[in-house]
Design a protein. Structure first.
Length: 252
């Protein structure tokens, strides 16, 4: 059975540098798939090919039966793919609630559609949806503070709330716990577990193995732009090729 995301024979080069080589990757709907690998393995390049920031030289990227090749990032978002980057992309001068409401309005009305007949403060449906997203991210009590004052972990969870307000079919997370304290990391893991339990498909690029093994149903390992092994977390832990490529022979 085909996955909700099917990547076949993707290649990407930058001049003489082969960043991705014959990448094949499949994600089943309702699962969490992690991508790990050493620095320079091609993880970010691969993610950028999925979200339209880069166009593969060859190969195909099919999401929910539709090709993503050649689509712009906002068009890919409209197909049901949302992404969370290493550096949170939020509106620092707005409150936490206002950030999520913007995302809710974009989902309901279209990113650039303005309806002059409706009062913003009367949009109870948008307000209620935004509050549900904040509740999911454990941010309800911080709804009225400026986002510029949030911790890194809270900013990351706010961006997740904004992504979830788009009602995505696939959530892509690029190192969602990078730079977080251990407490923030554990909080984020619990939040992502809650989201995953509802059946949302996720692809997670992450260096923290505690995060990977806490969340992933399956793990793909990239090395030098090529997937070298894929399997269940317990299989990946003991695979000698993974230990050699990722940790120089040390045990995960």
């Amino acid at each position: 059975m085909a996955g909700i995301l099917e990547v076949k024979d993707v290649n990407k080069s930058f001049g003489g540098l082969k960043a991705l080589s014959n990448v094949n990757f499949s994600v089943e709907a309702g699962t969490v798939q992690a991508i790990i690998g050493p620095n320079g393995a091609g993880k970010s390049t691969f993610l950028n090919c999925l979200i339209g920031r880069l166009i593969p030289d060859t190969g195909s990227v099919i999401f929910d039966g539709k090709s993503l090749i050649g689509l712009k990032p906002h068009e890919i978002n409209q197909t049901g793919v949302s992404r969370v980057f290493q550096t949170p992309e939020i509106f620092a001068d707005l409150t936490v609630l206002e950030n999520v409401m913007i995302s809710c309005f974009a989902k309901r009305d279209g990113a650039f559609k303005v309806n002059g007949w409706r009062r913003v403060d009367a949009q109870e449906d948008v307000h209620e949806r935004a509050m549900r997203m904040l509740d999911d991210m454990n941010l309800t009590e911080k709804k009225d503070i400026l986002t510029s004052t949030l911790s890194r972990g809270d900013k990351r969870r706010l961006e997740m709330a904004m992504c979830l307000a788009q009602d995505p079919k696939l959530l892509l997370l690029d190192e969602p716990t990078a730079g977080m304290s251990r407490a923030d990391t554990n909080n984020t893991i619990e939040v992502l577990k809650k989201i995953a339990s509802r059946g949302l498909t996720m692809v997670v690029i992450e260096h923290d193995m505690h995060v990977v093994f806490s969340l992933a149903d399956r793990i793909t390992v990239l090395a030098q732009g090529t997937p070298i092994v894929e399997g269940l977390p317990d299989q990946i832990k003991g695979d000698p090729k993974v230990q050699e490529a990722y940790l120089g022979g040390a045990h995960l």
